[in-house]
Design a protein around this ligand. Structure first.
Ligand SMILES: Cc1cc2nc3c(=O)[nH]c(=O)nc-3n(C[C@H](O)[C@H](O)[C@H](O)COP(=O)(O)OP(=O)(O)OC[C@H]3O[C@@H](n4cnc5c(N)ncnc54)[C@H](O)[C@@H]3O)c2cc1C
Length: 586
């Protein structure tokens, strides 16, 4: 049952309120999976509490190409970072989903599992072989439902269908509308195949190369964690979902074996003055995402002793890894004017066309509005003899993980400039996907409604700025392919003026933004080993030094995969669900 306020839950929920085995905090990628999987057993009662609304069928959420309207909207927590010294003192917007489905309801939908090396490194740092690529295969397949693209075109040569699952909750597909730049992008890869080889499927375990984008889109519509996992579970009598309600603290219910048992949650609905408390019979599962999960742990007295004491918070568990280890992917863009009047820019500049395409989408869920991220992605590594690797440890997980990514886009995109009101463009995103910078989340207020301090420390290391610079040079080399010669006119300013290393660095620091992949802020580490650097969580995602409390979301990653992060979160949550089911034998 879906409840809009806590008051409704308490008046209509009746006597069952004391009978939830699990209370899940946050209905995003992590929380939705666990809510679905645990309630597969009709005897297990689960309450999922979500701070945002249940409006995940909003038109702006459903139409894939409206994704850019969602950041800064009512579906975004609208966080801002602290000033970033690596970005010439700029603070940047730090979007997180505030609606059922969480950030999967506002993201750009790229479907990327990550590489085999990414997961094998998770297994290595946690000492749990269950996190390795091979061990995770059943979960990777269980998630997937490879679907036809919106235009039903033949996808042979665009994906290796044999390595994908079908019948899983998360439908995904290839671009639903082919673009004139598609053939050029592939031809340029074939032409410069030494540096930019074609990869039929970057989800094979080896991401390296340029290939067709897979995205969480089906039947021309966005697929969210809510549509994939919550909608099918919503009618189960053993799942209650409470929206518009923010959990403000996890409370200690008792002490067992000298450890605090944290199985009670305190929460408040929007517009409601009353604070409620409910206790789970088995566990509280934190799935509030990489910004809010550490925030909630701090408010509950779990974190670095000095930090909590300085705020006057009672310390239940001194755990210095909570809120540390933040990892994210920075991006920058280069744009070119093109020798064509047929680009996706027209949807932005021609209102009549935009109306027609929306009409088409409403009628048949087809057309360019079914497109998500660019139609091709490239995952690339620095050359092995790159000078930085002579004196700087390689932060990537291994040879199947990229250092940087391109997103190939048939229009103008920028996160630092206003969009031109006319003209036709081409844009290449360069994203740093194996960063070595580390940030943190901290508090300067104990008010649960005040935003935490977000310090990503973007481009804080020599490796990160070097690799961003090399990515820009590589982007220019790729665009020099003959395949592009009749399409591309010239690179636009201000990037065109940035030619020397120093100028490119200035351009990057002035324009860099985030791919919105904040993760790793409550990292798992080796089992039962306490102390700074050993992880805030055990490999089974229980919070070290506590009982009854587990984290299942992207904050639990020990290291960021060289991939977009929604699918790694789904994978983590699928395995977590089995770990929980096994523990309690259901
Ligand atoms: C703009 C944007 C673009 C992105 N693009 C892509 C992409 O193209 N491909 C990709 O793979 N990934 C992308 N991502 C990242 C991806 O969506 C996230 O990594 C993923 O959703 C993280 O899952 P999560 O469960 O950790 O957190 P979320 O999905 O963010 O879920 C957390 C949930 O917890 C709720 N919550 C928080 N605090 C509380 C509280 N106190 N009480 C109750 N509820 C609470 C939130 O409202 C939210 O619903 C993007 C993200 C954004 C924001």
């Amino acid at each position: 049952t879906l409840y809009q306020t806590a008051d409704q839950l308490f008046t209509k929920g009746g006597l069952n309120l004391d009978n939830y085995e699990f209370i899940i905090v946050g209905g995003g990628a992590g929380g939705s999976v666990v809510a679905n999987r645990l309630t597969e057993n009709p005897n297990i009662r689960v309450l999922l509490i979500e701070a945002g609304s249940s409006e995940f069928d909003n038109l702006n959420i459903e139409v894939p190409s409206f994704a850019s309207r969602l950041t800064g909207s009512q579906f975004d927590w609208n966080f801002t970072t602290l000033p970033q010294s690596g970005l010439n003192g700029r603070s940047i917007n730090y979007a997180r989903g505030f609606v059922l489905g969480g950030s999967t309801a506002i993201n750009v939908m790229a479907y990327c599992r990550g590489s085999q090396d990414d997961y094998n490194r998770w297994a290595q740092v946690t000492g749990d072989e269950g996190w390795s690529w091979n061990s995770l295969q059943p979960y990777i397949h269980k998630i997937e439902n490879l679907s036809s693209p919106a235009d039903n075109h033949n996808i042979t040569g665009e994906i290796n269908s044999t390595i994908h699952g079908s019948g899983g909750p998360v439908s995904f597909t290839l671009p639903g509308q082919l673009l004139p730049t598609d053939e050029l992008a592939i031809d340029a890869s074939n032409e410069l195949s030494n540096e930019f080889p074609f990869n039929l499927d970057y989800n094979s375990g080896n991401t390296i190369g340029l290939g067709w984008t897979q995205a969480t889109i089906a039947n021309g519509r966005r697929v969210t964690a809510a549509s994939a996992y919550l909608v099918p579970a919503m009618l189960r009598p053993n799942l209650d979902i409470l929206v518009n309600t923010q959990v403000t603290k996890i409370l200690q219910s008792n002490i067992k074996d000298n450890l605090p048992v944290l199985k009670a949650v305190q929460f408040l609905s929007i517009g409601d003055k009353k604070i409620y408390i409910l206790e789970a019979k088995k566990e509280v599962i934190l799935s509030a995402g990489a910004v809010k999960t550490p925030h909630l742990l701090y408010l509950s007295g779990i974190g670095n002793l000095d930090h909590l004491s300085s705020l006057g918070l009672e310390v239940l568990v001194d755990n210095s890894d909570v809120g540390q280890n933040l990892q994210d992917h920075p991006l920058t863009t280069l744009s070119w004017t093109v020798n064509s009047s047929n680009t996706l820019d027209n949807i932005r500049t021609n209102m009549t066309l935009a109306q027609e395409l929306l009409h088409k989408w409403n009628k048949s869920h087809t057309g360019p509005l079914t497109l998500g991220p660019g139609n091709q992605l490239a995952w690339l590594r620095l050359p092995n003899n790159s000078s930085i690797l002579e004196h700087y440890p390689d932060p990537s997980a291994g040879n199947t993980s990229a250092h940087y990514e391109f997103i190939i886009t048939d229009s103008f995109v920028s996160f630092s400039q206003s969009f031109p009101s006319e003209g036709n463009f081409f844009t290449l995103f360069s994203n740093l996907v194996s960063p070595s910078s580390r940030g943190n989340i901290s508090l300067n207020s104990t008010d649960p409604f005040a935003h935490p301090l977000i310090q990503p420390n973007m481009l804080d290391t020599e490796f990160d700025i070097f690799t961003m610079r090399e990515a820009i040079k590589a982007a220019r080399r790729y665009m020099q392919a003959n395949a592009w010669s009749h399409w591309i006119i010239e690179e636009t300013s201000p990037s065109a003026k940035a030619q020397t290393d120093a100028e490119i660095e200035t351009y990057i620091r002035n324009t860099c933004f985030t791919v919105n992949h904040v993760t790793c802020t409550v990292p798992m580490g080796k089992k039962d080993i306490a102390g700074k650097g050993n992880g805030a969580l055990n490999p089974d995602l229980t919070v070290k030094g506590t009982l009854g409390l587990r984290v299942v979301d992207s904050s639990a990653f020990p290291l960021i995969p060289a991939a977009h992060t929604q699918v790694p979160t789904y994978i983590l949550a699928e395995r977590a669900s089995d770990i929980i089911k096994n523990k309690y034998h259901f």
